[in-house]
Ligand binder design. Sequence first.
Ligand code: SF4
Length: 211
Amino acid sequence: MNRLAQIEAVRHKAAECCNCQLSETRKRVVFGSGNPQAKLTIVAEGPSAMDDQTGEPFTGPAGDLLDQVLAENGLRRQDIWLTNILKCRAAAWTGKRLKNRPPKSAEVKACAKWLTEELALISPTVILCMGSPSAKAIIRTDFRLSQERGIWFTDNDRAPFVAATYNPAFILRMDDLDQSFAEGRQTLINDIAAAKQKLTQSPVASQLTLF
Ligand code: SF4
């Protein structure tokens, strides 16, 4: 079975998953998407409300910003693999409204099997974690995004090069937090450029293409 077929088999299994209580509120399981041959993988936290409707990661405003910062680096979604540590939207009913909530550690733990299977098949050279929950799941449980953003880790068993940056959804809220959206956006562009550059520094760089 080729890699695409293997990924599709895992996607198919995950689509039926009821291993945590997020299965009770989700509409769709949102598995990774993009190019399964890609050497660059982006891992964010979990599906948004819109992702839950579409079944695709990073749809809506945060997805639009991601598309922009990828394009600034000459990349498209189909050049990378894009996924989340959680495959179902973390939400809870508040009255008649389903509202986003932080995922519980038990849910992240329950979903880790899908990310592990997915990354083992994709076998990325570079992983860029977007947001603190992703970095804590992939790099270190006590990872501090404010202090360690942009630092490259080479001792991770998921990929030769791993780093973390901001989640585009956070960048979109920066003006509300009295931080500059423009600066945050530029940081994201720079961190993706660094991730792209890392592909050329791999010990097997001569064998690598972007995807
Ligand atoms: S979040 Fe993950 S573990 Fe929980 S139901 Fe969805 S796919 Fe299964």
